[in-house]
Design a protein. Structure first.
Ligand SMILES: O=P(O)(O)OC[C@H]1O[C@H](O[C@H]2O[C@H](CO)[C@@H](O)[C@H](O)[C@H]2O)[C@H](O)[C@@H](O)[C@@H]1O
Length: 268
């Protein structure tokens, strides 16, 4: 990709399973080597670069917020400062353009903090053995460490969501409660592209069900805009590839992602 193409292309990256290998404890995993640095450099040279994850921005900021910028200054359009990928957390309910220093929450979602706090307490009480992840505006019930709890966890979350008017999101050995707000990774992609009509291409790197709307939003944009190129990169996982049918490119594992990013920048 030459320098000009890079400057007119957007890049979106999921975190877990894409920039980070899957492990037993969500608090103990981190990005694969070179991912934060490669993304910081990409943020300085591309038209747009963002991590779009189900994790809260506070978590993403610890992984990507403090990296020394590697690219050249490119903030004349008032977008994110050079060298800092935008961080979109909780499927787009939260976002930060300054590495996590300032976090913006969707106003419709903000009132659900108390509801989620209660859900975390009740899930912890009702589902001993499951790992309950308190994400502020979301409550994730993990059963990776006790797979036999999968059906009970799913049922509990479904019932809780019905009783409290919440949404359910499934992922790899996890089922979570979300506020009933119309927002997903596809909306993040659509908003970023709509704000940057000069872009002529977009890449989305993902591995899981929650990334499908991101893949679909890129494809929609390419269908509507003849000279827009969408590249959907699925990162393979032995647990299954829920994106394989939509992918333009497959990578074998998260540690292949920084290498591809660097090849794209080198060709620029
Ligand atoms: O949108 P993502 O960044 O891909 O987040 C999806 C979920 O990722 C995390 O859970 C997954 O990774 C854990 C650590 O490797 C693993 O233990 C778990 O089984 C996976 O489901 C995160 O903890 C969840 O909150 C996210 O929904």
């Amino acid at each position: 990709m030459n320098r000009e193409q890079l400057r007119r292309t957007a890049f979106f990256f999921d975190f877990d399973g894409t920039l980070s290998a899957i492990g037993p404890d969500p608090e103990k995993v981190g990005p694969v080597p070179d991912a934060p640095q490669a993304l910081a450099e990409l943020a300085g040279r591309s038209g747009y670069c963002a991590v779009v994850s189900a994790r809260p921005v506070s978590f993403l900021a610890r992984q990507f917020g403090g990296v020394e910028p590697g690219g050249e200054a490119d903030s004349d359009d008032g977008a994110a400062p050079s060298g800092v990928p935008e961080l979109h957390g909780l499927y787009g309910l939260e976002f930060s353009a300054d590495g996590g220093a300032t976090v913006h929450t969707l106003p419709e979602a903000a009132p659900y903090r108390e509801v989620m706090r209660e859900a975390v307490l009740e899930a912890t009480r009702d589902l001993p053995g499951a790992l309950i992840e308190d994400k502020g505006l979301s409550c994730a019930v993990h059963f990776r460490n006790s797979p036999d709890l999968g059906d009970a966890a799913d049922e509990w979350v479904e019932q809780y969501a019905r009783a409290h008017g919440l949404k359910v999101q499934r992922g790899r050995m996890v089922v979570e409660l979300k506020p009933p707000v119309q927002r997903d990774k596809g909306a993040v992609v659509r908003d970023a592209l709509a704000a940057r009509p000069e872009l002529v291409g977009g890449w989305f790197f993902g591995d899981d069900l929650g990334d499908r709307p991101g893949f679909e939003a890129l494809a929609e944009r390419a269908e509507r805009t003849p000279r827009f190129t969408a590249v959907r990169v699925a990162v393979a996982n032995a647990e299954g590839d829920p994106l394989g049918d939509l992918a333009d490119l497959m990578l074998g594992a998260p540690d292949e992602v920084p290498g591809l990013v660097r090849r794209l920048m080198r060709e620029g």
